[in-house]
Design a protein around this ligand. Sequence first.
Ligand code: PLP
Length: 357
Amino acid sequence: MKANHPKMIFNLTTLIRPHLHNLKPYSSARDEFKGQAEVYLDANENPLGSVGDGQFNRYPDPLQAKLKEEISKIKECVPSQIFLGNGSDEPIDLLIRIFCNPGTDNILQLPPTYGMYQVSADTNGVAVINVPLSEEFQLVKEQVFKATTAHTKIIFICSPNNPTGNIIKKEDILEIVKTAPGLVVIDEAYIDFSTEKSFITELKNFPNLIVLQTFSKAWGLAGIRLGMAFASEEIISLMNKIKFPYNISILTQQVALRALLKVVQKEKMVSKILKEKEWLIEHLIDAKYVVKVYPSDANFLLVKTTKGKLIYDKLVEKSIIVRDRSKVQLCDDCLRITVGTEGENLALMRAWEELNL
Ligand SMILES: Cc1ncc(COP(=O)(O)O)c(C=O)c1O
């Protein structure tokens, strides 16, 4: 059945998988008692301390209250609108598990795009509707409307998009959010590199909107695995109900809290990366075998070449690894190149000049 697109009435209760309505979440020791006490004998922890360095014998705060409070100060939302996950891959998977009935429901994505929407849908037995981006890598509204069904629970829009690097036009995204029969997830993993504003400020207008961001890119913290989802309190509490009890480790919470004291350092790194990106664009545009360097709002460039895979292989031989996207829809012969340090970018361009294909 096709969905009718004039404004849909949003009702979260009808979107949730029915068996989750009465789910009793796991109640951890730290959920049961939240105050401060002298003696903790409630969680079967080791009272003697930790083997190795540091003090990690106690379980972490399951809802990461302090960390969410600090994040809320820089994200124009309140702590109860924040979910923290093991990377932003965790909320992608969690949302599919909460809302999509295997065998019945579907998600919609706009290829070429980030691969985990497909993988999470596949692992959960959920169908994927693909609506390719245009030649300019923009969303084709009419095609999205046409392809959406009444069972489309989540539409994933990645902006800036991976692997193409561009921002999807705001007015187009808003039209999808306004008319979708279910939820719309805007994956903003690369938003810190863009001059466009985050959709977090739109959360107050759209109860079906979810925004994903991550500490893996601009913050330089891919190794601690910390992703963020921003949404209505209702959606966030559902996610908290279904997640694993202690999904964010003490180590991750500590490192992120320290990083949040250094927003200026993050911004300096972003500026440096953007400067390096300009340098790379200038040099790649004129380089041999390059057909086109696509505009990028991210920390990587999609580069159309005449000999994608061959260039990839030759660079590997020179110990330089880029991402081969040459077999990806709309990306024939394209390589995705992350902006590196000054030295790394120089090494790439030197190796490129030496290519003889
Ligand atoms: C668009 C997009 N979303 C999400 C992620 C996953 O990020 P995380 O490291 O937070 O799981 C990536 C990682 O490359 C990405 O490109």
